[in-house]
Design a protein around this ligand. Structure first.
Ligand code: DQA
Length: 149
């Protein structure tokens, strides 16, 4: 594993300002800085991106999948609605860890269903910014177990 793609969907650019009681005070730039330092220590290239547009996320998932590089995906509200992202993950055979800052299962019913989960390696939700770190650790452990550097 030489690179990891961290892809963030709609409204995650508002982190820090957006419902801090639910999503915490860390900004997306804080999360990026933290992951960037962790990736640097492990010699991993980090692609860290955010878009409010579904098609951008589809394109980035396809790129990562076709490059054989894993993805940490917080698709935001698209997690609950996007057949296009589901198909992109499947179609590009992307290794995806689905993450959410909040525990979506303790929130509104419309957040309980994810179209990403059935095609993800696993799901981490409810730990705030730590969800991203845990996802990175999971990918590293998985690569290690598979005998990769
Ligand atoms: C979220 C949860 C989603 O339900 C919501 O639409 C988001 C953020 C999270 O990180 O907790 O935008 O993905």
């Amino acid at each position: 594993m030489k690179a990891v793609h961290v892809l963030n969907g709609p409204n995650l650019n508002l982190l820090g300002l957006r419902e801090p009681d639910i999503y915490g005070h860390a900004t997306l730039a804080d999360i990026e800085a933290n992951l960037s330092a962790r990736c640097k220590r492990r010699g991993l290239h980090l692609y860290f991106r955010q878009s409010n547009h579904e098609g951008d996320l589809v394109t980035w998932v396809q790129e990562a999948g076709r490059a054989g590089e894993p993805v940490i995906l917080n698709a935001g509200a698209y997690s609950h609605s996007s057949i296009a992202l589901h198909d992109a993950i499947k179609g590009a055979k992307a290794d995806v860890v689905e993450v959410h800052l909040s525990n979506v299962h303790s929130r509104e019913v419309f957040r309980h269903r994810s179209l990403i989960s059935p095609v993800a390696l696993g799901v981490i939700a409810g730990f705030g910014a730590l969800s991203y770190e845990l996802a990175l650790e999971a990918l590293l452990a998985r690569a290690g177990a598979a005998g990769e550097a």
